[in-house]
Design a protein around this ligand. Structure first.
Ligand code: LMR
Length: 321
């Protein structure tokens, strides 16, 4: 059977980590693209030279030509700039929007059948821009957000309770920004929802609220520590989980920035919701029932995303035309 071909657009910290994970998980061959000539070639060669030690078989090619994305099954986009301390993700909108226009055109020309995962910030607006610029079907273009936010929530909860991360599930919905919506009612330890764990005395409501806020600030916490850029290991692992579910038709239920067509009362924008990812791309949007407070928080998040998309339309009125 032919190996899958995975295009990674952007050879920065996330792009390099993605390439290594594709190798380690034997997901396929890699084309690592970046406009900075030499960097994708150097990183690809470095990762290829690690393959005899780790024991993975994958062809890795570094390139600065979009043509090399031809025939990609999956394309993961991390191109653009990360934020620095003191910045919000939204501050990146203008500069990264231009990048999405170019990348979208390159994907449309050379990899129109790919499943495309966007990691560039501000995430929900950039995945909308990338989809619009590429003209690809909406179920084949998706944003990585909720997998990362939920992983952070799970990690903090596992640390709090002193249990394995494997036994903690969590859902974070909404936009990948300050208004994201961690959902305690849908987050569990061994199947027990968090509100019940508070009643059982495992933690206090105050502690739980602190963990929820830490989850919302998870990206900024890493930016503050790194000082020169933003998180890359966990974002790369999140993108790979989505790519793997598509390539292996695992049909995992993953919270992602997906294109909504009336689900959750939202139409025509991308926002974080649980979806089933399989060989058909985003095969289903899972509509969970939200109580009044959860719905109000989700609506606030949707409004924030809508504002960013309107800003994109203002800057690039001809996007996708
Ligand atoms: C993250 O959440 O780590 C990413 O969105 C990067 C950032 O700027 O926070």
């Amino acid at each position: 059977m032919a190996r899958s071909k995975i295009g990674l657009v952007g050879a920065g910290q996330i792009g390099g980590t993605l390439a290594l994970l594709v190798g380690l998980k034997e997901l396929g061959d890699v084309v690592l693209f970046d406009i900075v000539d030499g960097v994708p070639q150097g990183k690809s060669l470095d990762i290829a030279e690690a393959s005899p030690i780790e024991g993975y078989d994958a062809r890795l090619k570094g390139t600065s030509s979009y043509e090399d994305l031809s025939g990609c099954d999956v394309v993961i986009v991390t191109a653009g700039v990360p934020r620095k301390p003191g910045m919000s993700r939204d501050d990146l909108l203008g500069v990264n929007l231009k990048v999405m226009e170019q990348v979208g055109a390159g994907i449309a020309k050379y990899a129109p059948d790919a499943f495309v995962i966007c990691i560039t910030n501000p995430l929900d607006a950039m995945v909308w821009a990338l989809r619009t610029a590429s003209g690809l079907p909406t179920h084949k273009v998706v944003g990585m957000a909720g997998v990362l936010d939920s992983a952070r929530f799970r990690y903090f909860l596992a640390e709090e309770f002193g249990v394995s991360v494997e036994d903690v599930t969590a859902f974070v919905l909404g936009g990948h920004g300050d208004t994201m919506v961690p959902l305690p009612r849908y987050s569990t330890v061994a199947g027990i929802p968090l509100p019940d764990l508070v009643k059982m005395g495992w933690t206090t409501q105050e502690r739980l609220d602190q963990i929820i806020q830490r989850t919302r600030d998870g990206g900024a916490e890493i930016v503050g520590l790194l000082k020169t850029g933003s998180a890359f290991y966990a974002p790369a692992a999140s993108g790979i989980a989505m790519a793997e579910s598509y390539l292996r038709d695992k049909k995992r239920v993953l919270p992602c920035a997906a294109h909504l067509t009336g689900q959750y009362g939202v139409d025509g924008i991308y926002c974080g919701v649980p979806v089933v990812i399989g060989a058909g791309g985003v095969e289903r949007v899972v509509e969970i029932e939200l109580d009044r407070a959860e719905k109000a928080a989700f609506d606030r998040s949707v409004d924030a995303v809508k504002g960013l998309i309107e800003a994109c339309k203002g800057i690039a009125p001809n996007l996708g035309k």
